[in-house]
Structure formats: structure tokens, C-alpha cells
Design a binder for this molecule. Structure first.
Ligand SMILES: [Fe+2]
Length: 291
């Protein structure tokens, strides 16, 4: 029998994580912490929030009663591809709406990915605008590279990301019953720009900066030590992604990962399946098992 032709690539490919908007009841405290730990400069915004920028990283902190991520934005390289991606969603019955962002050019749009919460996860897609001038400042290497969310229903979220948005599945982690406990998807050759972990309730899990190499993780750790910010998990090496990592926590409890050596995969490379065990989450030792 002839094999079926490979699916047409989604207009999403290639795209990379561009910026992240966090919600905080105390934007000033969180912004101060992020600016110091992640070597970013920050400015207040008229609504009581803040914009932080450093080399390769832009984070917005918006005032609110909750914590975690308000939205995550992915950058594409042309307005034509953004329009094609929006048309792909519309053709599949996924509602889209225009997204206003000072960091994205006109034509950006937003969709809601299902995570089991009433609102879902807001994903923005657009062409990156001129970065804030603060992004030109110096600092340790670490471009914003991936986000992870927790959800009680990872299969529908993963299906949405792959089937509707056009992310490519890189790895699944399954328990003894073959149920999905974590899924990793990519939007360019880097192993994942988004991942979902099964947990009892929807929540933001962490965001990650990708450093240029192992020595940068040492320098980041020394920098955190100077600030008396303890490493919360790591250093270690993840199974899926094979990336080196360490994590800290901000005052709101958001986990921040510094990563290096993220694996690359071709667009057409098949996904793999990992067993749910500590070694999968950390080849080097103990793991943070979400509940
Ligand atoms: Fe991560």
C-alpha cells in the first residue's frame, strides 16, 4: 500500500516564543525581583503594570488578583504567515480575535487554548515589532524560549496545539495506563516551545530562558547566589528535550528555568514516548513531580 503523503506544514512553522505576560497582585515586587534576577530593565506602564526587557527576553507584568501567565505570544516572520495561520484557525472553527500588543505589529491575533479553566490559555501570534530599547542592555545569555502549563486534561490541550495550531509533537510522557502525563510540542527545530503537564487543576507551570551553553548556567547560578536567591530545582538534565536546567522561583511562586543545550528535531521527526518516572524529568537525579 502506498504510504499517505506527509501533512502540509502549518503556517505556524517556524515560530518562536516572543514574550510573556504575567499577572500579579504586586507587579512592583515581582518586577523588581525579575529585573534583578534575570538582568532586565523595567518601566511602569500606565495601568499599574510593568514591562521588563533584556537581551532576548521581554516580560510584561500586569496587575490583577491572580498569578501566572495572562498570555504568551509567538513571533512569526511575516504578516502573510500570520494571516494564513489565522485563516487556518478560522477554517477549523476556532474563534480568533485581534490582539493589540506594543510588541507585535498590526495584524496580530489571539486564540484560546483549552486547559480546563474557564478562560483557557491566551495565545497570541504576530510579527515581532521593534523591541523595547531596554532589550539592548547587557546581561547573561538567556532568550525567552518556552512556557509550560499544568492542566487536568492534557490530551485536549495537546490536540489543540497540534491539530489546530500546527505545533509538532516532540515527546509524550505516559503513565503505566498509557495516559498522557506530559506533552512537548515544537514550532521550530528546538524540541519544545510549549509543554503541558497533567495536574489536578489548571495553572501556569514555568517559563524558560535558553542560555548559550553550560558555562552560562554556572554564571546564572553564581549571579543568583550573589542575590541570595536559592536554586529551587537542579541543576539537572531533562529527558524530553535533553536540556540542562536549573530553576528558581519568583515572589509569586512562578518557576523560572534557565536552560541550555535544548535538543533540535527536524520538523518531520517522529515523536517519542517516555515513561512517567523521576528519571524522565531529570536524568541526573530527583524530579519535581506535578500533582
Ligand atoms: Fe522547561
Amino acid at each position: 500500500m502506498p504510504s499517505s503523503p506527509p501533512p502540509l506544514p502549518s503556517p505556524l512553522w517556524p515560530a518562536s516564543l516572543h514574550h510573556l505576560a504575567l499577572e500579579s497582585a504586586d507587579p512592583e515586587r515581582v518586577s523588581d525581583f525579575l529585573a534583578a534576577t534575570l538582568q532586565m530593565r523595567w518601566e511602569r506602564t500606565p495601568g499599574g503594570g510593568a514591562v521588563l526587557a533584556g537581551p532576548g527576553r521581554i516580560i510584561v507584568v500586569e496587575p490583577g488578583s491572580g498569578t501566572g501567565a495572562r498570555h504568551v505570544a509567538y513571533g512569526l516572520d511575516s504578516s502573510g504567515r500570520v494571516a494564513e495561520l489565522e485563516a487556518r484557525f478560522a477554517g477549523r472553527g476556532v474563534p480568533t480575535e485581534p490582539a493589540e500588543s506594543p510588541f507585535l505589529e498590526a495584524g496580530a491575533f489571539r486564540v484560546l487554548a483549552p486547559d480546563g479553566a474557564p478562560d483557557g490559555i491566551a495565545l497570541l501570534f504576530g510579527v515581532p515589532a521593534e523591541p523595547p530599547s531596554a532589550a539592548d542592555g547587557g546581561g547573561l545569555s538567556g532568550r525567552l524560549q518556552h512556557v509550560v502549563f499544568r492542566t487536568p486534561a492534557p490530551e485536549p490541550l495537546l490536540s489543540f496545539l497540534v491539530d489546530e495550531a500546527g505545533f509538532v509533537l516532540s515527546d509524550r510522557v505516559e503513565n503505566d495506563d498509557r495516559a498522557l502525563t506530559a506533552g512537548f510540542v515544537r514550532s521550530d527545530p528546538e524540541h519544545h516551545s510549549f509543554a503541558a503537564f497533567r495536574a489536578s487543576r489548571p495553572a501556569f507551570d514555568h517559563f524558560a530562558l535558553e542560555a548559550e551553553g553550560w558555562n552560562d548556567l554556572r554564571d546564572w547560578a553564581d549571579h543568583f547566589a550573589e542575590l541570595r536567591v536559592p536554586i529551587w530545582w537542579g541543576p539537572g538534565r531533562h529527558g524530553p528535550g535533553n536540556n540542562l536546567f536549573l530553576m528558581i522561583r519568583d515572589p509569586d511562586g512562578n518557576r523560572i528555568e534557565i536552560s541550555a543545550e535544548m535538543e533540535h528535531m527536524d520538523r518531520d521527526a517522529p515523536h517519542r514516548v517516555w515513561p512517567l518516572e523521576e528519571r524522565t524529568l531529570n536524568l541526573w537525579g530527583t524530579a519535581w513531580m506535578r500533582t
